[in-house]
Design a protein. Structure first.
Length: 350
C-alpha cells in the first residue's frame, strides 16, 4: 500500500503538474526503491540585505503574517512569533499528539487553526488556507538520529523519518503557488544535527540548500545542536555576527531560594531525564535536599517558554518532559525570525 502522503502528493499534480514533476518523481522513486534520475530544482538562498537586523528589536509589531507550522508539537513556533513581535493573522498547526494538542489549546485557545495529520493536508486543504507567508516545521527525528541504533532512516514508510517528505510536499506546493502569485514565501525545516551524513545530504538535495547548524547554548544554558534548512536570508556569518553578547546563566533561571546551579550548561535534553546528569552530577544543588534535577518550570525557562506552559490541563509530568525533550527553544527560533522580519517588507505588514 502506498504511503498515505503519496496520495496527497499526487493530488498536487492537479495544481501545476509541470512544476512538480521532477521533484515528485524523485520522491516517488526513492520511496518505492527505484532511481529516477532527474535534477532537483535549486532554490536561490536569500541575499545578504539582513545585516542590520537587531534580534531583540520588538518595536515593529508585524500583522497579517499567515503561518503554517507542521509537526507543531506544543506550538513553540507561535510563542516565538509572539516573542518576536509577529502577531500572525492566522497560525495553522498540524499535530496529532493528544497531549500536545491539549497544551496548544490551553495556552492559545482558538488562536490556532488545527489542520490535523500532515498526511491528510492535501492541495485542496492547502488552497483553502489562502496566502501563506511562512512555513515552519521539524519532523520527528527518532528514526533519523544516530542515537537510535534501530533507526529506520528517511525512506522506510513504516517509520517517522519519511515524514520529512510531507514537509517537502507542502513546501513545494506553497512555493510554487507563491511564485504564480508573485509574492514572497519563506520556510524553514529543523532536525537533529546527529544524523547520518547521507541523510543530511539527501535532505539538502531535496530542499535545495545546505542547513545552518545552530546550538541553543549560544542563547541559553543548554546544549541542543540542530540543523536548519531555510530560504530565509541567513548564513553562518549572519548568525555568528548577530549572536547575543551574553548567554543567560543557569543560576538565574532556577526557581526558589537555596538552589544553586552545579553546571554552567545543561547537556542535550532527551525524553530520558537521566541525560541531565553530567559526569554523575545532577545539574542543581538544593540546599535542603542536596543534588537535584531541574524542575519543569526551570526547564521551561531554559527553553524560553513561560513558566507552566507545558502544565496544560493536568498534563502528566512524564508527558511534560517528553514535550520539552522534543520542542524548539524559542531563543533560536527568534533568531531565525529576525531574518524573516527583515526579509518581508514592513510597509505591507502593519
Ligand atoms: C520533533 S517534534 C516537533 C516539536 C515542535 N517543533 C515543538 O517545538 O514542540 C515532532 C512532532 O511531530 C508530530 N507528528 C508526528 N506525526 C505527525 C503527523 N502525521 N502529522 C502531524 N504531526 C505529526 C509529533 O506528535 C511531534 O509532536
Amino acid at each position: 500500500m502506498p504511503h498515505p502522503g503519496l496520495t496527497a502528493v499526487c493530488k498536487n499534480f492537479r495544481y501545476n503538474p509541470d512544476a512538480f514533476s521532477s521533484q515528485l518523481l524523485l520522491i516517488l522513486g526513492h520511496i518505492h526503491g527505484c532511481v529516477v534520475n532527474l535534477p532537483l530544482v535549486q532554490f536561490p538562498r536569500g541575499t545578504s540585505s539582513f545585516q542590520a537586523v537587531n534580534v531583540n528589536d520588538k518595536s515593529m509589531v508585524m500583522k497579517r503574517t499567515r503561518v503554517i507550522s507542521l509537526f507543531d508539537g506544543i506550538s513553540t513556533g507561535l510563542v516565538s512569533l509572539n516573542q518576536s513581535g509577529i502577531i500572525p493573522d492566522i497560525y495553522c498547526s498540524s499535530e496529532i499528539d493528544q497531549y500536545c494538542l491539549k497544551v496548544q489549546r490551553f495556552n492559545h485557545g482558538d488562536k490556532i487553526v488545527q489542520l490535523g495529520d500532515v498526511r491528510d493536508l492535501d492541495s485542496s486543504a492547502l488552497k483553502q488556507l489562502g496566502q501563506i507567508d511562512l512555513l515552519m516545521g521539524g519532523s520527528p527525528c527518532n528514526d533519523l538520529s544516530l542515537v537510535n541504533h534501530r533507526r529506520k532512516g528517511l525512506f522506510d514508510t513504516t517509520g517517522t523519518g519519511v515524514l520529512f517528505f510531507e514537509f517537502l510536499r507542502v513546501m513545494l506546493y506553497l512555493k510554487n503557488k507563491s511564485e504564480w502569485e508573485q509574492r514572497q514565501f519563506f520556510w524553514f525545516f529543523e532536525n537533529t544535527s546527529k544524523m547520518e551524513m547521507k541523510t543530511k545530504e539527501t535532505i539538502s538535495r531535496y530542499l535545495g540548500c545546505e542547513p545552518v547548524k545552530l546550538c541553543s547554548s549560544v542563547y541559553t544554558p543548554m546544549k541542543r545542536q540542530r540543523y536548519y534548512w531555510t530560504n530565509l536570508p541567513v548564513s553562518e556569518q549572519f548568525l555568528t555576527e548577530s549572536m547575543p553578547n551574553e548567554v543567560m546563566e543557569l543560576q538565574d533561571l532556577l526557581c526558589g531560594s537555596g538552589r544553586t546551579a552545579a553546571l554552567k550548561c545543561l547537556p542535550t535534553m532527551t525524553s530520558n531525564l537521566t541525560n541531565m546528569v553530567k559526569g554523575g552530577h545532577l545539574p542543581v544543588y538544593d540546599g535542603n535536599d542536596g543534588p537535584s534535577h531541574m524542575y519543569l518550570s526551570e526547564l521551561e525557562k531554559v527553553f524560553g517558554l513561560p513558566v507552566n506552559y507545558t502544565a496544560g490541563p493536568n498534563t502528566p509530568l512524564a508527558e511534560r518532559k517528553k514535550q520539552l525533550a522534543k520542542c524548539w527553544d524559542t531563543h533560536t527560533i527568534n533568531h531565525l525570525l529576525a531574518s524573516f522580519k527583515s526579509a518581508v517588507s514592513f510597509s505591507t505588514q502593519v
